[in-house]
Design a protein around this ligand. Structure first.
Ligand SMILES: Cc1ncc(COP(=O)(O)O)c(C=O)c1O
Length: 336
């Protein structure tokens, strides 16, 4: 009998995606011989209405990573710099390196991306700052006041990108209202993904809300037809399914409390998370490896943060109830 693998490594939505999105794709799949629209105006219109902006402020890409890539290529010259935090989403550094842009990494304070820590790293070459909020992999957040603080302090010439790929999971009231801040600070770019709570990771679709001039530059850069109409169709339908969204967020909030409490009881080093994953760190690399291997052996795949350059840490996606129970009982040695 083959063992059922539990994948808790990529922060996907363990509850799948909206049934409305699946239904919408099923109605459309026979059209695959046709090219999609080059400019997904229906989806942009829906997003523009949702956020109270115009379609010219919306950029849709093949995953939000494609917009990160576009921002680096179009807004940072070869002699200019990108700035982000250590222990954050790897794409910022990876794409900078790929395009020969220097990327600096400010330190965290107790696993938090404190924007004040960016200040000593800002210089005349800085063009783009990336802040993942919640931060991947630590799950920590910055508050509205902290984001506003950095926007007041940095030059308007510097674009500050707030990457809110996991924002729909956040329940903390101090979380920024980035749209409000964008009205006062047009150098603020907001990124969102359909890969996380919307459960459409396999369809590769994400978007950004930004000043029209930045949006025009980034859009010109995107590979034409890199998204397809199945992604657009699913995304439009998913935006209508508030029930799926709130059920996913509620279940995640319950399960994250369970996992956090159980991990603490077992003596693991971890930190309160605001997203759908939890960060666990170890004193020694060997301890981390033992934990990873034990879970792997029992069919539970988590993320070894060696891929983020961290030898002593793991990231566990918060799964559905039975998956989390199995994870905890495996860690306890009472394998079910
Ligand atoms: C902080 C953050 N931003 C962006 C992304 C990329 O999302 P997408 O699948 O939309 O490219 C991820 C994916 O893990 C992420 O963790």
């Amino acid at each position: 009998m083959t063992k059922k693998v539990i994948k808790l490594s990529a922060n996907e939505n363990c509850y799948g995606c909206s049934p409305l999105a699946l239904e919408a794709i099923q109605k459309k799949y026979t059209d695959v011989h046709l090219y999609p629209e080059a400019n997904p105006i229906a989806l942009k219109g829906k997003l523009a209405d949702k956020y109270g902006v115009t379609t010219k402020n919306i950029v849709v890409g093949a995953g939000s990573v494609s917009i990160i890539d576009g921002l680096i290529q179009t807004c940072v010259a070869h002699d200019e710099e990108v700035l982000t935090f250590e222990n954050s989403f790897i794409a910022y550094g990876q794409f900078s390196k790929m395009h020969n842009r220097n990327c600096l990494f400010a330190p965290q304070s107790s696993l938090h991306c404190d924007p004040e820590n960016l200040l000593p790293y800002i210089n005349a070459q800085t063009r783009l700052i990336f802040i993942a909020n919640p931060n991947n992999p630590t799950g920590t957040i910055i508050s509205h006041t902290q984001l506003e603080g950095i926007l007041i302090k940095v030059s308007k010439e510097i674009i500050v990108v707030i990457d809110e790929a996991y924002s729909e999971y956040v329940t903390d009231p101090s979380f920024p209202n980035s749209l409000e801040l964008q009205k006062k600070h047009p150098n603020l770019v907001i990124l969102h993904s359909f890969s996380k709570i919307y459960g459409l990771a396999g369809l590769r679709i994400g978007y950004g809300i930004m000043d029209e001039l930045i949006a025009t530059k980034v859009s010109r850069h995107l590979v034409p037809f890199s998204m397809n109409y199945l992604s657009y169709t699913a995304a439009i339908a998913a935006l209508d399914d508030m029930i799926f969204l709130s059920q996913s967020a509620k279940a995640n909030a319950e399960e994250r409390d369970y996992l956090y409490n159980e991990l603490i009881k077992l003596g693991y080093h971890t930190i309160v998370t605001h997203a759908n994953y939890i960060y666990v760190w170890f004193d020694r690399n060997e301890e981390k490896k033992i934990t990873y291997d034990m879970l792997f052996h029992h069919g539970i795949i988590i993320c070894d943060l060696i891929i983020f350059g961290q030898e002593k840490a793991l990231r566990i996606t918060i799964g559905y109830k039975e998956a989390n129970k199995k994870l905890i009982s495996t860690l306890c040695g009472n394998i079910i």
